[in-house]
Design a protein around this ligand. Structure first.
Ligand code: E4P
Length: 217
């Protein structure tokens, strides 16, 4: 499973990128707002740092304007994936971008039927929002499973990008049910390493090692 980082914070992306944990980046208008940066400037910096797809989202709601915005975003770098919402206008823009050879991430997906429409419109990525479904007592991971089945049934090559990931368990479950990609905040990716037995085991080794009085030089 590929890891995308869901943030517009350059330092956080760089830290994980140095460790080989970044296959791409996703941003959205809320993340750009949190970064306090200009969308074009910060997206350009992210694209220079990361080799994989960097999703940058349009904010227009009508297809014609989405297309104008998306083409402007795509000028930033070759690894831009234009992000459009799962609306009819978003799908129209998706089809135009995909026919022109651009990567497209269709976002705000909450149902298998929406994912089917996005695949038919040529989406490179479909972003089902796990956490926001869990928030309203609907199993987000079941949606990923359904989309996986549908895409495999018909050989769609749209990649399932599990989004709105809130925990390390979401990462594990997304990998188990066959998401192609998961996008998560840096803190969630870092939390995947945690295990109390690792910490306790290391502390015991250190204590015993001290007793030997040895040094490895
Ligand atoms: C995905 O592309 C979105 O940017 C993101 O995963 C949304 O996550 P949230 O529901 O935690 O805001």
């Amino acid at each position: 499973m590929k890891f995308f980082v869901d943030t517009a914070e350059i330092d956080a992306i760089a830290e994980l990128n140095d460790l080989g944990m970044v296959d791409g980046v996703t941003t959205n208008p809320s993340l750009i707002m949190k970064s306090g940066r200009d969308i074009i400037e910060v997206t350009r910096e992210i694209c220079a740092l990361v080799e994989g797809p960097v999703s940058a989202e349009v904010v227009a709601t009508e297809a014609e304007d989405m297309i104008k915005e998306g083409l402007k975003l795509a000028e930033i770098a070759e690894n831009i994936a234009i992000k459009v919402p799962l609306t009819w206008d978003g799908l129209k823009a998706c089809k135009v971008f995909s026919d022109a050879g651009h990567m497209v991430n269709v976002t705000l997906c909450f149902s298998a039927n929406q994912a089917l429409l996005a695949a038919k419109a040529g989406a490179t990525f479909i972003s089902p929002f796990i956490g926001r479904l869990d928030d309203i007592n609907i199993d987000g991971m079941e949606l990923i499973e359904d989309i996986r089945t549908i895409y495999d049934n018909f050989g769609f090559d749209t990649q399932i990008l599990a989004a709105s990931i809130r925990s390390a368990n979401h990462m594990k479950d997304a990998a188990l049910v066959g998401a192609d990609v998961a996008t998560a905040p840096p803190a969630v990716i870092k939390s995947m390493i945690k295990h109390p037995l690792t910490d306790a085991g290391l502390a015991a080794f250190m204590k015993d090692w001290e007793k030997t009085g040895q040094k490895i030089v």
